[in-house]
Design a protein around this ligand. Structure first.
Ligand code: 13P
Length: 249
């Protein structure tokens, strides 16, 4: 059975005090669940979040990391630094990193390799843009993104990969992929992995959906057989909403 996961990507939101307040409120409102629950605050508040959630089931994860182990990369954070504060899962490939910070498939493939080298878990994001869907190229685009960043991995490494399909047109727009569109793409992704590897790996990898998941649409999206959870942006910043989404799974 693959894990069900609900992860909150806080992006560049919440200062120190707001982080502590949200974590306290979330801890108090966390529903009983067999899903893994994760939050990704900003780098500066990761240490605080780890300490705050020491005795909680909520896992603290990072939004990004650099591929080099250390060195002259001003402003960057290494996998070793994350591991040293107790963060062993990292989001790689978010569309905002691709769009605003020039992260190419090649860079992402290096980041994945660096994280795996440190024995970290990678939550790998990918998804098509609106024009690509409109022109009917979305399957091709997604397949290429997977191929370039992940299909050079050996089979064993897939134990440390979680996928998050996030159509760019659905991120922060209030426009969600329909549950049918999400299921169609998730099934395609699993099939693509079966072709490249085998069905054992394809059926074991958790595939999350991200893009305007809210309390009122989460249940229907999560009910689809190939959707194993969600990567939540805006709604993860409101404890009641995030708790409701966790409940929905
Ligand atoms: P929204 O839930 O705000 O659309 O963001 C999704 C996302 O980008 C999560 O990584």
């Amino acid at each position: 059975m693959r894990s069900k996961i609900v992860a909150g990507n806080w992006k560049m939101n919440k200062n120190l005090m707001e982080t502590e307040a949200l974590l306290s409120e979330l801890s108090a409102k966390l529903p009983d669940t067999d899903a893994e629950v994760m939050v990704a605050p900003t780098f500066v508040n990761l240490g605080v979040a780890v300490r705050h959630l020491e005795s909680s089931v909520i896992e603290v994860i990072a939004q990004n990391m650099h591929f080099a182990p250390s060195g002259a990369f001003t402003g960057e954070i290494s996998g070793d630094m994350l591991m040293s504060i107790g963060v062993d899962t990292v989001i790689v490939g978010h569309s905002e990193r691709r769009a605003y910070f020039g992260e190419t498939d090649e860079i992402l493939s290096k980041k994945v390799a660096a994280a795996l080298e440190k024995n970290m878990r990678v939550l790998f994001c990918f998804g098509e843009e609106l024009e690509e869907r409109k022109s009917g190229n979305h399957f091709k685009v997604v397949e290429e993104q997977l191929k370039k960043a992940l299909f050079t991995l050996d089979s064993k490494s897939w134990n440390q990969i979680v996928l998050a399909y996030e159509p760019v047109w659905a991120i922060g727009t209030g426009e969600t992929a329909s549950p049918e569109q999400a299921q169609e793409m998730h099934a395609f992704i699993r099939n693509t992995i079966t072709q490249a590897y085998d069905s054992g790996i394809a059926n074991k990898v958790s595939i999350l959906y991200g893009g305007s998941v809210k309390p009122n649409n989460a249940k229907e999206i999560f009910s689809k057989p190939d959707v194993d959870g969600g990567l939540i942006g805006g709604a993860a910043l409101v404890a009641d909403d995030f708790a409701a989404i966790i409940k929905a799974i």
